[in-house]
Design a protein around this ligand. Structure first.
Ligand SMILES: [Zn+2]
Length: 158
């Protein structure tokens, strides 16, 4: 008797529908991250991040100084203060300070993560990163891919 392996649980049509729906949500979350970036007080670069888990937004962040410090991100020479937290680091920290967890979550971010934040992203349990603009240094992205995190870029948000 011949046993054939069953086909994919869902038909190609169903899968296409799911992908289309996912792409729609991905863009909407990225647009939110973009809105969040506008809240940043940093003059040099404004970055926004949203963390989604089980189809729920569990955190958000933009690059800026830690709570309790004055909002200005640059010193008199226009250089970014060393203690400014990147958007994703702020969003992950917010989760750490809550009852939520980043495990299996997706991070939406307007700029591809730097190598320092990539370590945090992987270690926090985030499983997917969707970003809009690519940072010139790709070490962060390279690290994430190596760590098994799914990385997607979506340039057009409409
Ligand atoms: Zn960073």
């Amino acid at each position: 008797m011949h046993y054939s392996k069953p086909f994919e649980h869902k038909s190609i049509f169903q899968n296409t529908m799911i992908e289309k729906k996912q792409a729609k949500y991905d863009k909407a979350y990225l647009r939110m991250a973009s809105e969040w970036s506008k809240l940043s007080y940093c003059n040099r670069k404004q970055v926004g991040a949203i963390i989604v888990r089980d189809r729920m937004i569990i955190s958000d962040g933009y690059n800026g100084t830690p709570s309790g410090f004055e909002n200005c991100c640059e010193d008199e020479e226009g250089l970014t203060k060393w203690y400014v937290l990147h958007a994703e680091a702020n969003a992950i920290s917010k989760v750490a300070n809550s009852t939520q967890s980043c495990d299996q979550a997706t991070l939406y971010i307007t700029l591809s993560p730097c190598k320092e934040c990539s370590k945090l992203i992987h270690q926090s349990g985030i499983k997917r990163v969707v970003y809009q603009n690519g940072y010139r240094d790709t070490s962060g992205i390279d690290f994430l891919v190596k760590a098994g995190v799914i990385v997607d870029q979506i340039k057009e948000l409409d």
